[in-house]
Design a protein around this ligand. Structure first.
Ligand SMILES: Cc1cc2nc3c(=O)[nH]c(=O)nc-3n(C[C@H](O)[C@H](O)[C@H](O)COP(=O)(O)O)c2cc1C
Length: 285
């Protein structure tokens, strides 16, 4: 049993926001209730169409995406997606994003009323939206958003950090001091790809977020740095493709992990990762 705030997870493996839809899309590929938790695609107050296409492209050992937080808005999420998620039999963590602390707070207050929501992940780190800068790149803004959400809900709060910063430990400390129960890291790294035939960027948004195996060593280093400097649970992610990758994050100090890009490559991968970690834990004890 893994404890994160008030969350009690049956194992340390969660699916990462934005890479697993609202879970129903994956029901034919794995037994959903075996997952430690499901983190849903980030939702906002109002529906968002996201960025123009193309918004995904493959890179060496990874992928670049600029989805731009396409989602149906919180009310549609609660009415149309949450009832299915509630019946699965695993923890449901809802990822939210807003343009400011007030929007984050309104989203958290709304979700606080929903019994089937076990936790809230604050996506303060999406690199693909037209904002002046990321909340997660500014210590004061991070503190302000987490503090506002803490006042709005008693549910477990996980703050998702951006790797696109110089001092990730400083940002993690701000989130914890403001009342976050845990931090998750990393979101994607800002990158770009140019098509040499068209001489144009491959993504309509020009830049996008890099994920997958290519980011793993950097993500692992960041998780290790944060874990040894804060006393709240750290949820590690970035390029986990196998149980061995996940175990590296646990050894670096993460209490749990999230699996993202790997779900696109092999939609049933999380069951294998859960089994592999279990085998490793038993062998150790
Ligand atoms: C297509 C795609 C969409 C994503 N959408 C979201 C999102 O809506 N909210 C969020 O917090 N992270 C989002 N992410 C980031 C992932 O949750 C994760 O932090 C990142 O991809 C690193 O993990 P990975 O290398 O295992 O994919 C997205 C990633 C991808 C590839």
């Amino acid at each position: 049993m893994i404890t994160i705030g008030k969350l009690k997870l049956k194992n340390p493996v969660m699916v990462a926001s934005g890479t697993f839809g609202y879970a129903r899309e994956f029901e034919d590929f794995l037994d959903l209730k075996k997952l430690g938790a499901i983190v849903t695609k980030t939702i906002t107050l109002k529906p968002r169409q996201g960025n123009p296409m193309p918004r995904i492209c493959e890179t060496a050992s990874g992928m670049l995406n600029a989805i731009g937080l396409q989602n149906e808005g919180i009310e549609n999420f609660i009415n149309e997606k949450l009832p299915y998620l509630a019946k699965i039999g695993t923890s449901v963590i809802v990822s939210i994003s807003g343009n400011n602390a007030e929007e984050f707070s309104r989203l958290a207050k709304r979700l606080d009323k929903e019994k089937s929501v076990d936790g809230i992940e604050l996506n303060i780190s999406c690199p693909n939206i037209q904002a002046k800068g990321l909340v997660a790149q500014c210590p004061d803004a991070t503190y302000e958003v987490v503090e506002a959400v803490r006042k709005a809900t008693d549910k477990t709060i996980i703050t998702k950090l951006s790797p696109n910063v110089t001092d990730i430990v400083g940002i993690a400390k701000c989130a914890c001091n403001a009342g976050s129960d845990a931090v998750s890291l990393v979101n994607t790294f800002l990158g770009m790809v140019i098509d040499i035939n068209t001489e144009k960027p491959k993504l309509a948004n020009v830049t996008g977020g890099l994920s997958g195996p290519c980011i793993k060593p950097i993500a692992l280093r960041m998780v290790w740095e944060v874990a040894k400097n804060i006393d709240k649970p750290v949820i590690g992610m970035g390029g986990i493709m196998s149980a061995e990758d996940a175990i590296e994050f646990l050894l670096a100090g993460a209490k749990a992990v999230q699996v993202g890009t790997a779900n696109f490559v092999e939609p049933g991968i999380c069951e294998k990762i859960i089994k592999g970690i279990d085998k490793w834990t038993k062998k150790k004890s």
